[in-house]
Design a protein around this ligand. Structure first.
Ligand code: FAD
Length: 468
C-alpha cells in the first residue's frame, strides 16, 4: 500500500481493545508493506475492559473451543492454552478435571493470548517491512479529506493516514437522565474492583443494579473479597442468565429454512425445536446455539418494526438464554440464591436518593407496582450494561463525529450506521471512503457485534477490505 509522504501511517486504528488489536494482527499477515498505528489510552493493547480482568474468577463466558481469535482455526485458543498450561501458566486449571477445550479461561489470560497472537503477526509483517505501533492517547477529534483522515489526540498531537478505523468498543451505560445527573457511577463500586470490596463490612447489604453477566462478575468479586452478607439484585425483568453447558450439535434449522425471517417466526420455530430436543432428552441449549450464526443476517434483513419487536419482546429472553454464565460463576450465584443470601427483584432503577459514607439509597419501581420505593444498603454496584446510543455518550470523539456529521446513528440508534464492509455512513447516508468501523459500534447493523468470534471475523474481513 502506497502512502503519501505527509502521512504518519497507512491505517490509524482508534481503540486497541480486542477489535483494534485483531485488526492490526490481520493487517500484518496480509501481503504488502504497511504502517499501522493503534491509538489506545490503556497501557497494553489487546485488553480493553473485558481482558484487563485480574481475578481468575472473571472468566470468559464460553469455553476455549468457542473463543478462538482465528476465524480459520476454531482450535486456536485451545492450542495456545495447551502450551500456556504446559509452560506452567494457570496452574489452578488442574482442579477442573476437564479437557483444555472445555475450560473457561480467565479473561486476563485471554488478554495474553490476544497479545501473543498480535506479536506473532507482527513478526510475520516485519518480513514485508510492515509495522504496528501503539500510540498511548485518546482520540478526541477526527476529520476526513479527499486524500486522508486526520486525528487529533488528547495530547494535542495530530496524525494523518489514508484510512482510519473506529474500534472504540463499548461505552458504559448511563441509561436514564437520572443516572447521569444523580451520579450513579460515582456512587457505585466497580463490579471488578475486589480491593475496594474488601473495605466493606463483610455482613453488610450490597445492592446490584442489572442482572446480566456483569452482575455475575460482581458476585464473584464480592465472594473473593470475603463478603458474606445479603446481595439484592434489581433488574427490569428479574431474569438471571442461564448456565452455559456443552450441548450436542442440533440440526441447523435456519440454514435449511430461509423463509424464517421475522422475530415471531424465529421464536415459534426455536420453541418448537427446543421442545423436540427436550422430548429426546437433549439440552434446549443445542437448538438455541444454532441460531447464533444466523442472527446477523436475520437482524440485517429485518425492518425497523421487526427489530423493535425483537428488542421489546425477545431481547430480555435472548440476553438471559443466549448470554450464558460460565459454570463456576453460575454455581456460586445459584448457591447464594438457594441460601437466600442473593435475592433477585424485578424493579426499574429510578435514581440515586442519598449516598453517605456508610450507606447508599436508591429509588426503584417494582414491576407491576404504580409507586416507587426507596431501598438502602452499604454499597451499590452498577452492572446495568452498555450505552449503545452514541448521542448519549459523553466522550469527545463520538460527540465530535456526530457534530461534524461524519457518522449517524445506526438502526434503532444502536451504535453507528455503516455499509456491510464497515464503511461508516455520514449524516446524509453517504458511505465514507476512508473511515470504517468494527465491533460494538456496529451493534445496530448486526445485533451481535461484540463477542470474541464476532470481532475476530470482522477483523479478518475488514483487513482484506482495507488492503484491497
Ligand atoms: C467485562 C466484559 C466481559 C466480557 N466477556 C466476554 C466473553 O466472555 N466472551 C465474549 O465473547 N465477549 C465478552 N465481552 C465482549 C467484549 O467486549 C468483546 O469480546 C471485546 O472486548 C470487544 O473488543 P473491542 O476492542 O471492540 O472493545 P473494547 O474492549 O471495549 O475496547 C475498545 C478500546 O477502545 C479504546 N477507546 C475508546 N475510545 C477511544 C478513543 N476515542 N481514542 C482511543 N481509544 C479509544 C478504549 O480505551 C478500549 O480499550 C465482554 C465484555 C466486557 C465489558
Amino acid at each position: 500500500m502506497d502512502h503519501a509522504l505527509t502521512h504518519d501511517a497507512d491505517i490509524l486504528i482508534v481503540g486497541g481493545g480486542l477489535s483494534g488489536t485483531m485488526l492490526a494482527a490481520q493487517l500484518m499477515r496480509l501481503p504488502g508493506k504497511r504502517k499501522v498505528l493503534v491509538i489506545e489510552p490503556r497501557a497494553e493493547l489487546g485488553r480493553g475492559e473485558a481482558y484487563s480482568a485480574v481475578e481468575l474468577g472473571h472468566t470468559l463466558n464460553g469455553n476455549a473451543a468457542r473463543m478462538s481469535v482465528d476465524p480459520d482455526n476454531a482450535d486456536d485458543l485451545t492450542q495456545w492454552l495447551t502450551d500456556y498450561i504446559a509452560g506452567g501458566g494457570w496452574p489452578e486449571s488442574d482442579q477442573q478435571h476437564v479437557p483444555i477445550s472445555e475450560l473457561f479461561p480467565p479473561r486476563g489470560i485471554f488478554g495474553l493470548y490476544a497479545q501473543q497472537r498480535l506479536a506473532e503477526a507482527q513478526a510475520v509483517g516485519a518480513l514485508n517491512g510492515s509495522t504496528v505501533e501503539h500510540v498511548r492517547a485518546e482520540v478526541v477529534d477526527l476529520q476526513t479529506g479527499t486524500e486522508n483522515v486526520r486525528l487529533t489526540l488528547s495530547d494535542g498531537q495530530c496524525l494523518q493516514a489514508a484510512f482510519a478505523v473506529l474500534a472504540t468498543g463499548m461505552f458504559p451505560a448511563a441509561r436514564t437522565p437520572q443516572t447521569q445527573s444523580s451520579g450513579l457511577n460515582a456512587a457505585a463500586l466497580d463490579p471488578w474492583d475486589v480491593a475496594a470490596m474488601r473495605q466493606l463490612d463483610p455482613q453488610s447489604t450490597v445492592m446490584i443494579i442489572g442482572s446480566g453477566l456483569t452482575m455475575v462478575d460482581a458476585v464473584v468479586s464480592l465472594d473473593q473479597a470475603g463478603h458474606r452478607g445479603p446481595i439484592e439484585v434489581f433488574s427490569r425483568h428479574g431474569l438471571l442468565p442461564h448456565v452455559r453447558r456443552q450441548p450436542p450439535a442440533w440440526v441447523d434449522f435456519l440454514a435449511q429454512d430461509q423463509s424464517i425471517r421475522t422475530p415471531r417466526q424465529l421464536m415459534r420455530e426455536l420453541r418448537r425445536h427446543c421442545r423436540d430436543a427436550i422430548a429426546l432428552g437433549i439440552d434446549w441449549q443445542a437448538p438455541l446455539d444454532t441460531v447464533r450464526a444466523h442472527i446477523g443476517r436475520l437482524w440485517h434483513q429485518a425492518t425497523d418494526v421487526q427489530r423493535r419487536q425483537f428488542v421489546r419482546h425477545v431481547r430480555p429472553w435472548w440476553e438471559s438464554h443466549h448470554h450464558r454464565s460460565p459454570p463456576l460463576s453460575a454455581e456460586l450465584v445459584e448457591r447464594l440464591y438457594k441460601e437466600g443470601r442473593l435475592r433477585i427483584h424485578a424493579a426499574s432503577f429510578k435514581g440515586l436518593e442519598r449516598s453517605t459514607g456508610d450507606s447508599v439509597s436508591i429509588r426503584l419501581r417494582r414491576r407491576g407496582e404504580a409507586h416507587s420505593c426507596v431501598v438502602s444498603g452499604a454499597a451499590l454496584i452498577n452492572s446495568s450494561g452498555i450505552e449503545y446510543d452514541w448521542r448519549r455518550v459523553a466522550r469527545p470523539l463520538p460527540r465530535q463525529l456526530l457534530a461534524r456529521g461524519l457518522v449517524r446513528p445506526g438502526p434503532l440508534a444502536l451504535g453507528i450506521a455503516a455499509e456491510v464492509d464497515g464503511a461508516v455512513l455520514n449524516a446524509e447516508g453517504q458511505p465514507a471512503s476512508r473511515l470504517f468501523a468494527m465491533g460494538p459500534p456496529l451493534r445496530g447493523m448486526w445485533w451481535e457485534s461484540t463477542a470474541v468470534t464476532d470481532v475476530a471475523s470482522q477483523a479478518k474481513a475488514l483487513a482484506g477490505r482495507l488492503v484491497r
